[in-house]
Design a protein around this ligand. Structure first.
Ligand code: G
Ligand code: G
Ligand code: MN
Length: 560
């Protein structure tokens, strides 16, 4: 306890360094100032510099005598000037001499004030307090104004400053350019923070110099800079942006720019920057593309996304999400052998919203995990309804997002929902994508093993799209492989089923059943049947159907 209060009192009292050879003078200053300040004493300039080196971070002021043996006040000021770190500590020179030249020389060497002895105690204390106050305020303003690393404004100050410029120059047209380094985290990891800091500083400097008609620049995020420029009539300067990284330390830094042209003077600057960054976001993964513009399409998309995010929770409560079921046709049994649950949103304001317009959004904000559980529960209801109506009961496949695997209780949760509705786990299939696996292989393998041990059936979705790695077929605990629409489509159009054929063979070799997706024609069905594919999902048999239509569909089959 004693130690804590000791530290407290030390930090709450400001420190003053007194550099003075005359012991009596030092004692006098200690007597005057000792109640309010912590006093550090030095008997000449050399000792003074040593003390400064030790304490500069905590020092509020230096009181400096001019005439001292060994190292006088002038020399002390010269030495102090050589080290930038000491700049923040102000100096008041105190001397018995009232020579004008001395005063001028001291001020020239960076002293902040000059007081002739013998001094009036009250005046002295007031001067000391004023200078300390001034310096502390200035340093706070400084910290707020400038970014610590680059020579750009800090974000808050940049926004305020640009807001001011826009208000003052209503008739002038401006552009906003924001830059971001796509792979900055990886660079930090690879080259270390210090090197990356140097790189950022170099980049900020380069941009400030090279960007045309520069008005103001700010560092608005770790590796995000914003620049206000006078409006550029033509796009000639995009070539300038493309050339910026050349000659910098890391030319492969994945530097991207988002631009808002002729910015809206009425919009807050931080929002203008958001728009530039939304444009930038669109090209984040596009290799070789480094400049993107904000336009009306993006604005509408942004507004739409805003509405979607604002209304999603209520939509779930009010059952605006409905589930469609797309039948899977079993070729051998020549009957429906399953169905995929596909969510749809009938939005009161936006109308019918396509899943690819909201699912990626929900995957970004995490809401997908709630929605997936809802859809899973709806599937349980649907199976129950079929059972109660005496309809053929087929398994229903549910898509799970890669985010769902972050929940360590996923298996328990799904099992609990199924059990609550009394549904056999084998009637519930889980569709997982390779992307989920590639992002978090260990966790996905673990979760799928758990799910399988509870009796759920696992399907690998979208196989053959994008980044398929054959090894995932081998490593993942699977029951079914769904061949992506894209490889079926390509095969059909080229009349070349070699890839589809080998995919089916591979699946058979691994004892996995196959479902072909997106099948639209009788020829495709024939071909896939010959190749040994087990099931067909596609418009040829049925589109995703609303609940009632789905029930009618399987009821009719019963009759056929
Ligand atoms: O359903 P189409 O009907 O347009 O579906 C578009 C995409 O949305 C597909 O990739 C599909 O896998 C995905 N999707 C549809 N419903 C769901 C769902 O309930 N959960 C998840 N995670 N994805 C779904
Ligand atoms: O979950 P998955 O990514 O596999 O989603 C299946 C998607 O394929 C859904 O968007 C569904 O509406 C769509 N789809 C299903 N059958 C066909 C088809 O025969 N043709 C086309 N173009 N799309 C289909
Ligand atoms: Mn699917």
């Amino acid at each position: 306890m004693a130690q804590v209060s000791n530290t407290d009192s030390r930090t709450s009292k400001r420190s003053i360094l007194v550099v003075e050879d005359n012991e009596i003078n030092r004692e006098m200053l200690c007597a005057i100032l000792g109640d309010d300040f912590e006093i550090i004493e030095a008997a000449d300039g050399f000792v003074g510099i040593e003390q400064l080196k030790k304490h500069y971070e905590d020092l509020s002021l230096i009181l400096l005598d001019v005439y001292m043996p060994h190292c006088d006040g002038f020399e002390f000021l010269r030495l102090k000037r050589q080290d930038d770190r000491f700049d923040t500590v102000p100096v008041i020179v105190t001397t018995a001499s009232d020579r004008r030249e001395d005063e001028i020389e001291c001020l020239r060497l960076g002293a902040n004030d000059f007081v002739v002895k013998p001094y009036n105690v009250e005046i002295m204390i007031n001067r000391i307090n004023n200078i300390i106050h001034l310096r502390e305020t200035a340093s706070i303003v400084n910290q707020l104004t400038w970014d610590g690393l680059t020579s750009l404004y800090s974000s808050e100050f940049f926004y305020r400053r640009v807001d001011g410029i826009l208000t003052d120059s209503k008739d002038v047209s401006f552009d906003m350019v924001c830059s971001d380094i796509a792979n900055f985290k990886a660079l930090n990891d690879r080259y270390g923070k210090t090197n990356c800091d140097i790189m950022l500083r170099e980049l900020a400097e380069r941009l400030s110099i090279d960007l045309p008609d520069y008005v103001a620049g700010g560092r608005i995020g770790n590796d995000v800079f914003a620049f206000l420029l006078r409006h550029q009539q033509d796009h000639s300067w995009t070539s300038i942006l493309k050339n910026i990284p050349k000659g910098l330390i890391a030319t492969n830094m994945g530097l991207k720019f988002g631009i808002v042209e002729d910015i809206d003077h009425a919009l807050a600057t931080s929002l203008t920057c958001d728009r530039a960054l939304i444009a930038l976001e669109q090209i984040k993964d596009s290799f070789g593309v480094s400049v993107a513009w904000y336009n009306d399409d993006l604005r509408h998309q942004q507004q739409r996304e805003q509405v979607i995010v604002e209304t999603m929770q209520a939509a779930l409560k009010e059952h605006q999400f409905t589930v469609y079921y797309q039948p899977k046709h079993d070729l051998k049994a020549n009957a429906t052998g399953g169905a995929e649950a596909l969510v749809r949103w009938i939005h009161p304001e936006l109308g019918f919203v396509r899943p690819d317009h909201f699912i990626p959004l929900f995957e970004r904000n995490g809401f997908i995990t709630k929605l997936d559980l809802y859809v899973f529960e709806e599937s349980c209801h649907e199976i129950k309804r079929c059972q109660e109506q005496g309809l053929p009961v087929v398994p229903i496949s549910n898509n799970v997002s890669r985010l769902d695997f972050d929940d360590p209780g996923l298996t328990e949760r799904l099992a609990a929902i199924a059990d609550e509705h009394g549904i056999d786990h084998g009637l519930l299939h889980i569709e997982v994508t390779e992307t989920a696996y590639s992002e978090n292989p260990d966790r996905v393998v673990e979760a799928l093993n758990e799910l399988r041990s509870k009796g759920f059936v696992i399907e690998l979705d979208d196989f053959g799209s994008g980044y398929s790695s054959l090894s995932s077929l081998n490593i993942l605990p699977l029951d079914v492989v769904k061949l992506d629409m894209s490889i079926i489509r390509q095969a059909a159009s080229l009349q070349d089923y070699r890839i589809v054929h080998s995919a089916i063979q591979m699946a058979q070799f691994l004892n996995l059943r196959t479902v072909a997706e997106g099948v639209e024609t009788a020829e495709e069905v024939e071909k896939l049947k010959k190749l040994g594919c087990n099931m067909i999902q596609g418009y040829f048999f049925a589109k995703p159907l609303p609940r009632q239509d789905f029930e009618t569909y399987i009821a009719q089959q019963e009759e056929a």
